[in-house]
Design a protein around this ligand. Structure first.
Ligand SMILES: C[S@@+](CC[C@H](N)C(=O)[O-])C[C@H]1O[C@@H](n2cnc3c(N)ncnc32)[C@H](O)[C@@H]1O
Length: 302
């Protein structure tokens, strides 16, 4: 197994990320005749590699995580002539394409959420398991507020709104009050997890922690606004018959994708290739449990 060393860490192809529904994405985008493709969320490079292997002339790959780009740069070095890597938020896709002199693309893929590597790196603060700083920024070099800064500075009603809107947490208010009352004692992911365990009890802990961590992560990274803007930019640059494939992992993301695709179809310039979202096969879910919640939607420009 090939490994790469970056900033003192060692990854191998199986531990950085395992791509979800890669075969389906490549089949829908069909790069077999060549063409320019965008991978808006390069991560471990699985979809990028799939597109290049299947014949894409060029892949423009974006990620907000410098570690992901370093990993891909090393791992997919053999594709260097057909692959460009961009340390950018996909909400700025317009700018990235115009800097590259690219007006239209044949297809684009957005594979939302987190890579395995991010989830499993305690120092990134994404996971309620293990102990690390409450960071949660995709771009850890940015000056965006960390989850800890949000917890430390926002009043309880604002924290409750975050938990309710971005985590769909029914007990957002009592949890937010408890967080605010203990904010000076919360420093790490483990401190927050411990507080949630106290509130939710052993039975409810896992789901509560998932919802609260998801909510904070979405707030830190402004994920839902990014998604709306990124999808708009991708649609604006699709060639006729060009396709946009989006993999989402929770209902908030999927709702945005579903509504955007329906609105685009209504405009008359696009049609939905998938009426209902496609799900991963049982086999894939067995191999990669992260695929269980994936929903794939595809849109085509008329
Ligand atoms: C699920 S992983 C992608 C995995 C990738 N498709 C693969 O096959 O290896 C999601 C990636 O999207 C990146 N990401 C999340 N939001 C982003 C944004 N707004 N702009 C660019 N990258 C983003 C994350 O840093 C993460 O690396």
């Amino acid at each position: 197994m090939e490994t790469t060393r970056e900033a003192g860490k060692e990854y191998d192809g199986n531990t950085f990320h395992r791509s979800v529904m890669c075969g389906e994405v490549v089949e829908f985008l069909d790069p077999s005749k060549g063409g320019v493709y965008v991978d808006a969320t390069a991560g471990g490079g699985g979809h990028t590699k799939g597109l290049l292997d299947a014949g894409a002339t060029r892949v423009i790959a974006l990620d907000m995580d410098g570690e992901a780009l370093a990993y891909i740069g090393h791992n997919l070095a053999c594709f260097a002539e057909r692959l460009s890597l961009h340390f950018n938020n996909f909400r700025d896709l317009d700018e990235v394409l115009s800097d590259q002199g690219v007006k239209e693309v044949d297809g684009a893929v957005f594979d939302l959420g987190l890579s395995w590597h991010q989830v499993r790196s305690p120092d990134r603060g994404f996971s309620y398991q293990g102990e690390g700083p409450l960071d949660m920024r995709f771009d850890s070099e940015s000056n965006a507020r960390t989850a800890l800064e949000i917890i430390r500075s926002e009043p309880a009603p604002k924290i409750a709104r975050i938990l309710s809107e971005y985590g769909e947490e029914r007990r957002a208010h009592p949890i937010a009050r408890e967080i605010a009352a203990n904010r000076s004692k919360i420093k790490t992911t483990a401190d927050l997890a411990e507080l949630l365990r106290r509130i939710a009890g052993p039975k409810g802990f896992r789901k509560t922690a998932m919802r609260v961590f998801q909510a904070l992560r979405i707030a830190v990274n402004d994920e839902l606004d990014n998604l709306k803007q990124g999808l708009e930019a991708a649609c604006a640059h699709l060639k006729p018959k060009g396709r946009l494939a989006v993999l989402s992992y929770h209902s908030l993301e999927d709702r945005i994708v579903k509504r955007k695709f329906a609105a685009k179809e209504e405009s008359g310039s696009f049609s939905r290739v998938t009426r209902k979202p496609l799900r991963a096969t049982g086999d894939e879910i067995k191999r990669n449990p992260a695929a269980r919640s994936a929903k794939l939607r595809v849109l085509e420009r008329a």
